[in-house]
Design a protein around this ligand. Structure first.
Ligand SMILES: Nc1ncnc2c1ncn2[C@@H]1O[C@H](COP(=O)(O)OP(=O)(O)OP(=O)(O)O)[C@@H](O)[C@H]1O
Ligand SMILES: [Mg+2]
Length: 373
């Protein structure tokens, strides 16, 4: 049984999932109309959750074989082949013995071995891939196995921007060639590094140029999230004021993970009736707990970068960091030092751009910065 309805990882069921009806319909429609998709959003807004939600819909499960793989941890083509084979073989066969039998038919030259991971309840496949050629061949074989599936496959590849970091040449061209031939398989690409992922799909000179439908995940609406929060407290025979909800959603900028985390902590408090004073107490707890992390960030940045970050936090985001007023107010030096600090903070994913404003990525860190002198 789930004690706290505000989940912080994984996907359980629609019951714990707020809305996303429009996006779910769009994705199902793309799948049913044979269009591959690319799902993009800033980190922690709910891409992975949405993919699971879509793959979990009855009409998808009935008509397709849903396969999900996350390539975040991969750093080359061989890793990609391993992650892909784990996802595929675990889905098409149910026991480690059957998986081993099947995989030996397909990838016997890679001395496959299979062990059982009691934590994930999944079989773990290991392949001995010795060079790029073997990695390429195994990827080709796995893709062709997917394509031959009796029921068509929906293959979700999460954190797809990772392929741009692989050391091998022509990775995109290689994958694109295979994927183009997979006419029965629907692919959902997803990732968060906006510049990297957009470049793969919207740069005219790159293999994946305009090959998929782009879906940029928006925030959940304030109204829908309010209802969800209120219902979840209500289901537990507790209440939460509208004002308190509104305050939480403002503090967290309705950024999914931070809303979930905040509500998870508030739910933990066991208070029966939550009123508008309660969220600030919860916020303080969270900020104090995380303080060690925040100090570490400070030590990793130059004085200039940290001052700028703090100023952005204090302003709740800034449209023009090199504007005179902003620079003077926080004594930030020259335009060129600010520009290079912005670049550096962007590349470290400490800030990002939303609606033309630079914001501190981590909502709680941003609120902590606001409290500094
Ligand atoms: N619609 C939703 N309703 C409730 N919780 C959600 C919803 N979508 C996502 N979540 C929760 O929000 C958190 C972040 O979601 P998720 O991991 O899907 O984001 P992401 O965009 O894939 O992040 P990342 O870029 O870091 O991979 C998770 O705790 C997840 O359980
Ligand atoms: Mg994700």
């Amino acid at each position: 049984m789930i004690k706290n309805p505000f989940l912080l990882k994984g996907y359980v069921s629609a019951e714990y999932f707020c809305n996303r009806e429009i996006e779910t319909d769009k994705m199902i429609s793309a799948i049913e109309n044979s269009r591959d998709l690319t799902l993009i959003s800033p980190r922690r807004l709910g891409k992975t959750g949405l993919i699971y939600h879509v793959l979990n819909q009855e009409n998808i499960k009935n008509k397709y074989v849903p396969i999900y793989c996350d390539i975040y941890q991969t750093s080359n083509l061989a890793d990609f082949a391993k992650v892909l084979s784990n996802a595929v073989f675990n889905q098409i066969e149910k026991t480690p013995e059957k998986i081993l039998k099947k995989i030996k038919q397909f990838l016997s030259n890679l001395s496959p071995s299979v062990s059982f991971n009691p934590l994930t309840l999944q079989a773990e496949i290991d392949l001995k891939i010795r060079n790029v050629k073997e990695a390429e061949n195994s990827i080709q074989q796995i893709f062709s196995l997917i394509e031959k599936s009796k029921k068509p496959v929906v293959l979700a590849i999460d954190e797809f921007q990772q392929i741009t970091r692989y050391p091998e040449q022509n990775v995109e061209a290689l994958l694109r060639t295979h994927i183009q031939q997979m006419t029965d398989t629907r692919i959902v690409f997803s990732g968060s590094s906006k510049h990297l992922l957009s470049a793969i799909f919207s740069d005219y000179n790159r293999p994946f140029y305009h090959s998929t439908q782009l879906l940029t995940l928006p925030k959940i609406s304030k109204n829908d999230y309010s209802k969800f929060i209120s219902t979840k407290f209500g289901d537990a025979k507790r209440s939460i004021d509208d004002e308190a909800i509104s305050h939480i959603l403002d503090l967290t900028r309705i950024h999914t993970y931070y809303v979930q985390y905040f509500c998870n902590r508030l739910f933990e408090s066991k208070k029966r009736n939550i009123t508008k004073e309660d969220p600030d107490k919860t916020l303080l707890d969270i900020l104090v707990e995380n303080e060690e992390y925040y100090y570490t960030y400070r030590n990793l940045l130059t004085g200039q970068q940290f001052s700028l970050l703090k100023a952005i936090g204090k302003e709740d985001g800034i449209e023009k960091p090199s504007s005179k007023d902003f620079m003077q107010k926080y004594q930030l030096g020259t335009t060129s030092t600010i520009n290079s600090a912005i670049k550096s903070l962007l590349s470290k994913d400490l800030i990002f751009k939303e609606d033309n404003k630079y914001l501190v990525y981590d909502v709680f860190f941003s609120l902590w910065l606001k409290l500094l002198n």
